[in-house]
Design a protein. Sequence first.
Length: 276
Amino acid sequence: MLFDAIILGIVQGLTEFLPISSSAHLRIIGEFLPSAVDPGATFTAITQLGTELAVLVYFWKKIVRIIGRWFGSLTGRVPRNDPDARMGWIVIIGTIPIGILGFLFQDVIRDTFRNLWLVAIVLIVFGLILGAADALGRRTRNEQDLTYPHGLALGLAQSLALIPGVSRSGATTTMGLALGYTRPVAAEVAFLLAVPAVFGSGVYELYHSIKEPGSSVFSGAETAVATVIAFVVGLAVIAFLMQYLKRGSFLPFVIYRVVLGIVLIILLSLGVLQAY
């Protein structure tokens, strides 16, 4: 199982920040590994701790500044309309929807939402929505233009990522593009917005796996190895994507999502893969 965990750690790192859904890829690729099992929501959430640690490392200076300015705004040392203080509030506001929905529907997320037919359809539909937002978005707004209503809208979009196939970064970035933000800003806000939600989910699932050792198909050591690998690979992917989005579009990812969704439907129809 260690080999499987290593492969899945690489997949998690490669796909978490690209708008192609890491949970969908872990769900699909798990079926083709020697163990041929669904890695499960617990393994997925814990390995995401590695990729979110990569976000902390890459955006460390920015995150520290945001936290400092946010606390400063509470005491009056920093103006309430300071961009960094506002970003702190936006991250908090944007985390509320996914926190509530993730807690209320955790059983559905662990079971029903992992249906591969649903994953395939969601890959295609949200890929096309991303393509439309990327093509039609004005892309004129920058970070200074962020508002609290926009933060809530981005948070609601992020909550859709509870369904494997949507993509956390993809859903939030799509909403950012639809609201008129530039590609780099939409992606960066998506990464920052995910930090509290993913760490919260990962820590909860880590506690759950310790309390109920049989809740994950992988051992603690195997999951730890996958998490470390996801961190290293994820850090490289963030660096690549932030540079790519300065000039490139999301079209390659849209095409990839649609093709993957179609291939998945064909494999399910032929009986090569089972829905659960």
